[in-house]
Design a protein around this ligand. Structure first.
Ligand SMILES: *Cc1c(COP(=O)(O)O)cnc(C)c1O
Length: 355
């Protein structure tokens, strides 16, 4: 979270804008929260340039719930295509199989999720109801920098992207997307809020078994108020959207500014890793994630010492996911360039003590 956002939330915690209430104490149907929700949605639409024929839904359940909610709404129990690029898309595939005929159109399993299968090589099914792609594999550090144009690949299916871990870190080309979903907790706000941006024509096809609270049409028709939405998380995300709108970088603003800053941050770390004989990153250069940088020490017996020294230097949460091992630096929007410089300085220093 950006420190400015946390400070503003702290200042408004007991009394939001003279209402005499904390946001947590408001009725979700009251006028005050209505303003918070409306502004959050409008700011997000502006930031991500979401076209008018897409609906923005504020839901609950996180990315994992969406792994079921998407097939419940879009699959009609029929065939869907998955591009498997790492742990998250693997999980999405497994969950979808409970509801529809989910097939693997492409996979990078053979090289341990360190590359991106070229879209031209995907074996797409012509009748697929949608194509699932995780546009940033948080655990494996694989990012799809340019979304595929499915039409050009001979498919009319809508593209579904899981953008949990890169939302608002770069612009989205909505002409190539049917639905995007993501948990808020990486780049937007606290856990508990799930964002869904869905093209209007995809609404209204949910399976009979789909819970009403998870039927996109029901949620859209009720402006994310069919049931009580995660009010405090929406408020915090709304503060983050305002923070994002204020960001500038080299003549750019908003999400474009974040993208420029994120490219610089990631480059700094990857360049250092690549010139070092002590650290390595195994992901192909054309699909390295700007948000999540997994890396390894050549001498893995030094992992614990590396983490302990990092912690002492104020560099936290660097241990890699257990399925990959090694280290992982997450450089989400709120991480300033100074944080990346501090990490690189520490890594250089640690390397020098090892010779
Ligand atoms: C973090 C993450 C999720 C999270 O799912 P939750 O149910 O919110 O824990 C899903 N997909 C991706 C790509 C993620 O990075």
């Amino acid at each position: 979270m950006p420190a400015e956002v946390l400070q503003q939330a702290a200042a408004e915690m007991l009394d939001w804008h003279g209402s005499g209430m904390s946001v947590m104490e408001m009725s979700h149907r009251g006028q005050e929260f209505g303003v918070i929700l409306k502004n959050a949605e409008a700011d997000l639409r502006e930031l991500l340039c979401v076209p008018a024929h897409f609906r923005i839904l504020f839901m609950q359940g996180g990315g994992l719930a969406e792994n079921a909610i998407v097939p419940l709404n879009l699959s009609r129990g029929e065939t869907v295509d998955f591009v498997v690029t790492g742990s998250w898309s693997q999980k999405s595939l497994k969950e979808a199989r409970r509801y529809c005929a989910a097939r693997v159109a492409a996979s990078n399993e053979a090289d341990h999720h360190t590359s991106l299968p070229a879209p031209a090589s995907w074996q797409l099914d012509r009748g697929a109801r949608y194509v699932h792609l995780c546009s940033n594999e948080t655990i494996n550090g694989v990012e799809v920098h340019e979304l595929p144009d499915l039409k050009a690949l001979g498919s009319d299916a809508p593209l579904v992207i899981d953008f949990s871990s890169h939302v608002a870190s770069r612009p989205v080309d909505w002409s190539r997307v049917g639905l995007a979903f993501g948990g808020a907790q990486k780049n937007l706000g606290p856990a508990g809020l799930t964002l869904v941006v869905v093209r209007e024509d995809l609404l209204g096809h949910a399976l009979q078994a789909c819970p009403s609270a998870f039927d996109y049409k029901t949620v859209a028709d009720n402006h994310s108020m069919y049931n009580t939405p995660p009010t405090f998380a929406i408020y915090m995300a709304g503060l983050t959207f305002q923070w994002l709108k204020r960001q500038t970088e080299g003549g750019l603003s908003g999400v474009a500014a974040m993208e420029a800053r994120n490219i610089t941050k990631a480059q700094l770390l990857y360049d250092f890793i690549d010139q070092s004989a002590f650290y390595s990153n195994k992901v192909a250069k054309d699909c390295r994630s700007r948000m999540n940088v997994p890396f390894f020490l050549r001498d893995e017996s030094r992992n614990e010492a590396f983490l302990a020294g990092a912690k002492a230097a104020g560099l936290l949460q660097l241990k890699g996911h257990k399925s990959v091992g090694g280290m992982r630096a997450s450089l989400y929007n709120a991480m300033p360039i100074e944080g990346v410089r501090a990490l690189v300085d520490y890594m250089r220093q640690f390397e020098q003590t090892q010779v």
